[in-house]
Design a protein around this ligand. Structure first.
Ligand SMILES: O=C(O)CCC(=O)C(=O)O
Ligand SMILES: [Fe+2]
Length: 216
């Protein structure tokens, strides 16, 4: 929206209810864009993106890395959180302050005050990459919400219910959007169908997604 002088006025981010306990905060991460992307570069320099293998032996199309005390990993042995990057044997890079602030403030805005994540899974979708319908359930307890930040190319987010066969809503997620789900929707099925090709002005030909969890 323009102000009286014809300048872009900073708008209050839109809050879009998604399901009981779940909300989309449109553009919530935009003010932190540069700080987030700079911090991400530092993480990826230490712990590069890699395509992990599912317990069933399939290579994931989404490339992943982590920061924080715990990182989500998958291999032939299963899905789990691990304090160390299996590629390097070293602890995952620490969670940057700007990540923590963003996650805490978004959770607070969504009605989950006091959220202190110890894990941030970083997903990189190149055109064609997808994440099939799943629940986030490798965390120790489900009292804390999931805070999910979208950067770069737009994607469709599928959000269903507690059962895999529940009706799935399809919501476009764009650069800077944040989705928070917890409470009654903490274990709702969700996924991302194949990413459409495109070019994002600052991020390039890719979508990045950060999911903040309290894993331990
Ligand atoms: O990329 C997304 O928007 C969702 C990511 C996700 O569900 C996950 O990493 O568990
Ligand atoms: Fe997920």
């Amino acid at each position: 929206m323009n102000d009286l002088f014809g300048n872009e006025a900073p708008e209050a981010p839109e809050r879009e209810p998604l399901a009981p306990g779940a909300v989309i905060l449109r553009g919530w991460a935009l003010p932190l864009e540069t700080a987030l992307l700079t911090a991400l570069d530092g993480i990826v320099a230490e712990a590069p993106f890699r395509h992990m293998v599912t317990p069933g032996g399939f290579e994931m199309s989404v490339a992943m890395t982590n920061c924080g005390a715990a990182g989500w990993v998958t291999d032939r042995r299963g899905y789990r959180y691990d304090g160390k990057d299996p590629e390097s044997g070293k602890p995952w890079p620490p969670m940057p302050a700007v990540f923590l602030t963003l996650a805490r403030e978004a959770a607070d805005e969504a009605g989950y005050p006091g959220f202190v994540p110890d894990a941030c899974l970083i997903n990189r979708y190149q055109p064609g990459a997808r994440l099939s319908l799943h629940q986030d359930r490798n965390e120790r307890d489900f009292d804390n919400p999931i805070v999910s930040v979208s950067l770069g190319l737009a994607a469709t987010f599928q959000f269903g219910g507690l059962s895999r066969t529940d009706t799935v809503r399809k919501i476009p997620l764009r650069h800077g959007d944040v989705v928070v789900w917890g409470g009654p929707s903490r274990l709702f099925y969700h996924g991302v169908p194949a990413l459409k090709d495109g070019e994002h002005l600052t991020v390039g030909r890719v979508r990045l997604n950060l999911t903040f969890r309290k894993a331990l």
